[in-house]
Design a protein around this ligand. Structure first.
Ligand code: ADP
Ligand code: MG
Length: 730
């Protein structure tokens, strides 16, 4: 047998692959290129007439609608700026419910009728686009309305130039809505939720008298992105990676992550060259990436940006994922963002750090050291606890995707049960509040939140807990359940909304208790009484122990916390009456819009798993089985030849017999999966339940049958790049 299988070709090519070129001009210091491709406030200031600039700033700072009268001037400045940098086209850049970004490029260039051309870009075109975007998923929304969709400029996220092969495209961040204004995208509800959150948070600041100069409260977000890199030659030689972004077959390598020698280890040269390019390109796009390192599994890495307001951060997160993929190709690598590309290896998450900040720059989840802001901090913290306790199931549903099911609940990602890690210090403070401040004298200094002797709440309690889905980490909450491939828009939208609801509830209670003319003292005692009540109602959501342990499963059940193990268990919670009325009350999504999300996510689940199953069947039938039969022929010929030469070959016969059994297992597994997939009449949730119950299981059986063959077959016959090769060759 010659070494000409795709696998050996890929292995040879991978071993020789090196970074060929980089796109980046490294002569300039990184700080000088930062934001070079962004139509930033600074650029606007330079390029717009003062009056127009001021009016635009109003829009940006106050999140107000854009004044149409200035749009032409802004558009012209934007066009000139873009063309000077080599752009020929512009696009309304939006985030449909696919979870990806979408764009349709239009040229600036228009023939002038005399054989030449002029460039044109009107305010109208900047502000609004109309796209026949009927192929985007709408979850049923658009069947009842028009097929048309509109994109509208979201002026609160800056336009930017996205690099193409040789030039740039001016990308204008937009929302995407139907003719009647229904949200067809992820950004519209996110922006609405930021508005709701701001309104309610401001009420709390007013009560505590800390609202001076504050016109808005924003959710701030920084998301840590985990990803894998494999040599692109392997990627292309694996139909499962190419189609599904994860391996559907593959025996465990002799060395996996047992030694933990990869984590935070020195970064391989080719990978480092890739990371340097990524960082540089993201700097140019104004994405403030801050850290990069090796992750737990071999071949796994992480990149994390500084936090920004939730809207910009969401856009930047999308750019970050796209940049990883785009730049990797230049280095002969493939960036894999799937939540579980390699069985038995660490999965990839996107820890989404979330906090609240005033537009004057005060982090409201920072304990600070002033007594009244301490109490205010506890109120905000309590609002988050109450929100997560009341809507943990909905929050779980926001991260429910087929890919994330392989990750949540494994002993490396948070469990599917939503709880909050507060740390001992904060937990202790809340416990004392619950017991009632005046009676306990033992630790009086910590108890009396009104007293001048109040101890400073340390910013970081020092301890960490990797097993918790949501951890308070000093001055922010870290939502760890988010999957690596997801947009963060939907989880943040829900987090914003549920916290807005709790802040609303808390503000109303304090306002009522403190009376018409609330003095600081009245607000303080009303807040303390309320905190006492709320902590006893919601403390069940706090869990500081080991989320991986079996005891926690039992304990969580005793506490009545939902354990929504799979996406199919979790997604229907979006349709609960309490979810629908929550979204309606804060004008995030109307009932039809909420239902559309559920429909889209269920459909996505079904399609994703069925594509995986079809890919599995294809690989099993056209690659694994032929290789196995070839091996069988070789073994059988060996047995016959040995016997006819007059030798006993009982050992070879055993090997042959065992192999035949493994092939039989494989064939049976193929047939069983095929049957499960064929079950055709079902749709929607029913279909999803069928898939979760029958298809997923049989995919596991087929995988094990194939992996057993992989570990016994002649090496030169095995058609697929192996885990050992993919994870260790760089
Ligand atoms: P660690 O690495 O210990 O978890 P870091 O301070 O490095 O903590 O932060 C990790 C992520 O949290 C980064 O992406 C960072 O931008 C983000 N982050 C930090 N502070 C905030 C905040 N106030 N709001 C939102 N995200 C934040
Ligand atoms: Mg972190």
């Amino acid at each position: 047998m010659s070494h000409a299988t795709p696998r050996f070709a890929a292995l040879q090519a991978a071993a020789g692959a090196r970074t060929t070129h980089t796109r980046i001009d490294r002569d300039k210091p990184a700080a000088d290129v930062f934001g070079r491709l962004v139509f930033s406030e600074r650029v606007m200031q330079q390029r717009l007439p003062k009056e127009v600039h001021n009016r635009l700033l109003q829009t940006l700072r106050r999140f107000e609608p854009l004044d149409a009268a200035i749009a032409d001037t802004v558009a012209a400045a934007m066009k000139d700026w873009a063309i000077e940098r080599g752009a020929t086209h512009y696009t309304h850049w939006f985030q449909p419910l696919t979870g990806l970004t979408a764009e349709k490029h239009d040229s600036f260039i228009i023939p002038d009728g005399q054989g030449g051309a002029i460039t044109e870009f009107s305010g109208e075109k900047l502000i609004r686009g109309e796209s026949d975007a009927s192929s985007f998923p709408s979850g049923g929304l658009r069947a009842t309305f028009e097929a048309r969709g509109y994109t509208a400029w979201d002026a609160t996220s800056p336009p930017f130039l996205y690099p193409g092969a040789t030039g740039y495209t001016l990308c204008i961040p937009t929302v995407f809505v139907s003719w009647s204004g229904e949200a067809l995208d992820k950004k519209t509800p996110l922006l609405r939720s930021m508005q709701a959150l701001s309104t309610q948070a401001l009420r709390i600041l007013q009560l505590f008298g800390t609202d001076a100069g504050v016109s808005r409260v924003m959710a701030t977000v920084g998301a840590e992105q985990e990803y894998f890199l494999v040599d692109q030659n392997f990627f292309f030689a694996r139909p499962d990676l190419l189609t599904c972004d994860r391996t559907l077959f593959g025996a465990a390598p002799p060395k996996g992550q047992q030694l933990e020698d990869h984590y935070f280890g020195s970064i391989p040269q080719r990978v480092l060259a890739f990371m340097e390019d990524v960082d540089r390109e993201l700097y140019e796009l104004g994405v403030p990436v801050a850290t990069r390192h090796n992750e737990v599994s071999p071949g796994q890495f992480e990149i994390a940006p500084l936090f920004e307001n939730a809207n910009v951060s969401t856009d930047h997160q999308m750019l970050l994922m796209e940049t990883l993929k785009r730049v990797a190709a230049r280095h002969g690598l493939q960036a894999i963002l799937h939540e579980k590309p390699f069985a038995g290896m660490n999965g990839s998450g996107k820890h989404t750090n979330w906090s609240l900040s005033t537009d004057t720059g005060v982090n409201l989840l920072d304990p600070q050291d002033e007594t009244h802001t301490n109490l205010q901090f506890l109120v905000f913290c309590m609002a988050a606890l109450r929100a997560i306790d009341l809507h943990g199931d909905l929050l779980r549903a926001t991260v429910a995707r087929a890919g994330n099911d392989h990750r949540l609940g494994g002993q490396e990602a948070p469990p599917a049960i939503i709880s909050v890690f507060l740390g001992t210090m904060l937990t202790d403070i809340f416990e004392q509040i619950e017991q009632g401040t005046p009676t306990n004298t033992k630790r009086k200094d910590k108890l009396d939140l009104g007293a001048r002797t109040l101890p400073r709440l340390p910013r970081d309690s020092g301890d960490r807990n990797r097993t918790s889905p949501i951890a308070f980490t000093g001055n922010k909450f870290e939502f760890r359940s988010v999957g690596a491939s997801s947009s963060i828009a939907w989880p943040i939208t829900v987090l914003n909304t549920i916290v807005a609801e709790s802040l609303d509830d808390i503000a109303s209670s304090i306002e009522k208790a403190a009376g018409k003319r609330p003095t600081p003292a009245r607000v303080e005692s009303a807040a303390k009484a309320l905190l006492r009540k709320l902590i006893s109602q919601h403390k069940r959501i706090i869990f500081n122990g080991d989320g991986y342990s079996g005891e926690w499963l039992e304990e969580a059940q005793r506490r009545g916390l939902p354990n929504l193990r799979t996406a199919v268990d979790a997604l229907p919670r979006i349709l609960d009456r309490k979810s629908i009325s929550l979204f309606k009350k804060y004008e995030i999504l109307n009932k039809a819009e909420t239902e559309s999300r559920f429909n889209v996510y269920i459909e996505n689940y079904n399609t994703t798993v069925l594509i995986e199953a079809a890919t599995m069947l294809h690989v099993a039938r056209t690659m694994v089985l032929p290789a196995a039969l070839h091996h069988q022929t070789n073994l059988a010929e060996t047995v016959v030849a040995t016997q006819s030469a007059g030798f006993d070959c009982a050992d070879s016969e055993v090997v042959l017999k065992e192999h035949i059994q493994r092939v039989a297992d494989l064939c049976e597994a193929i047939e069983n999966l095929d049957k499960a997939v064929q079950n055709g009449d079902l749709s929607g949730l029913k279909h999803a339940r069928h898939i979760a119950r029958h298809v997923i299981d049989r995919m596991g059986v087929l995988r094990r049958a194939s992996d057993a063959i992989e570990t016994h077959i002649a090496d030169d016959l095995w058609p697929l790049p192996t885990y050992r090769e993919m994870l260790f060759v760089r």
